[in-house]
Design a protein around this ligand. Structure first.
Ligand code: ATP
Length: 333
């Protein structure tokens, strides 16, 4: 069993608190995403799981074992980095075999494991090439294959797709989902990309400034964000936060997702239209309501207002999210 448990984890670097009092249970075979903006502490948390950083306080468990004092090599964890970290002078096969060589696995056995992992990732014909003669996507697959041959209980991945172009990112996302299903291992995956989080994660841990903001399935996080921060970090375009008292009485903030705003003359809010973006499959209409920027998302083919015009917008009761105006935390229904 490879569940990962973080208990009261705090990490300080020279007086800077990178993460503070984090409690997180990652189930065996889960695909857990650590999601948040740059500097929120997600890489630090991942590196603590892998043993590349020591926590200042708190305990890390893998399975039932407390691993704080266990060296990274002995943790049964494989790390995949954004930078690939391949040996440039070694062939693809030698790169993939390397962790097994370090562990003194016999030559024939490690060659067989490398060929199997490479083939499963579509690298079979590149075994003799050097990394310099591969595309970014192929290099990242070599890094994945090198992690796979170790057959680790836990894969730790730090933004592995961020060097790839948009099309390749989409394809590799699908490969990672398939890989997770095939390997039956626990994945912990760091990203700032909410699309990666939504599409791959069995659960998402949203982080901000060294704290966990929310843990839930992608749908739970999207449907019931725990704070204005989460509401605006997950979902693109972000959730609109309307001025208090504008859509309904009260001092709380009201959030409405762009796809839930409707344009109709009998609606209560005035939207001053500043931008109309035709994306092919949908249209984004951006403008202001009071001093707030507001985006309405419509299906392609809808009649769109002209830039410079003022239209009325509103949203049904059941699609509104309510947040405390001071704490910005979700108000329970
Ligand atoms: P990014 O997406 O930019 O990598 P992140 O969410 O992964 O960001 P971390 O790299 O975990 O964030 O960093 C969290 C905080 O800890 C930041 O303020 C960072 O400057 C600080 N930090 C991280 N590593 C060190 C270090 N080795 N020494 C000092 N401060 C560090």
């Amino acid at each position: 069993m490879a569940q990962v448990r973080l208990q009261n984890i705090t990490k300080q670097f020279d007086g800077v608190t990178a993460v503070e009092d984090i409690n997180l249970d990652i189930a065996d075979r889960e695909f857990m995403i650590l999601l948040g903006p740059s500097g929120c502490g997600k890489s630090t948390l991942l590196r603590i799981i892998a043993g590349l950083e020591d926590p200042t306080e708190g305990e890390v468990y893998i399975g039932d074992t407390m691993v704080n004092n266990v060296m990274p090599k002995q943790r049964d964890v494989a790390m995949v980095f954004q930078s690939y970290a391949l040996y440039p002078h070694k062939s693809v096969q030698d790169n993939i075999e390397f962790p097994l060589k370090v562990r003194k696995v016999p030559k024939a056995q490690r060659a067989a494991a490398a060929i199997e992992a490479a083939t499963s990732l579509g690298l079979g014909e590149y075994l003799d090439r050097k990394p310099g003669a591969l595309s970014g996507g192929q290099r990242q697959r070599v890094a994945l294959a090198r992690a796979i041959v170790r057959n680790p209980a836990v894969f730790c991945m730090d933004e592995p797709l961020s060097n790839l172009d948009a099309k390749l990112r989409g394809e590799t996302r699908a490969e990672l989902i398939a890989l997770h299903q095939r390997l039956n291992s626990t994945f912990v995956y760091v990203t700032h990309d909410q699309v990666e989080a939504m599409t791959m994660g069995t659960r998402i841990a949203v982080m901000s400034r060294g704290h966990l903001e929310q843990i839930g399935t992608p749908q739970e996080v999207y449907d019931k964000p725990s704070s204005v921060f989460v509401a605006q970090f997950v979902g693109m375009p972000p959730m609109n936060i309307l001025p208090a008292g504008s859509l309904e009485a009260g001092t709380h903030l009201v959030g409405v997702r762009p796809e839930h705003l409707r344009i109709s003359p009998d609606h209560p809010l005035s939207l001053h239209v500043q931008l109309v973006e035709q994306l092919g499959h949908e249209v984004h209409i951006t403008g202001s309501v009071g001093d707030r920027r507001v985006v309405v998302r419509q299906e392609a083919g809808a009649v769109t207002p002209a830039v410079g015009s003022v239209v009325r917008v509103g949203a049904a009761q059941h699609v509104r999210h309510r947040f405390d105006a001071v704490t910005e935390q979700r108000i329970a229904e």
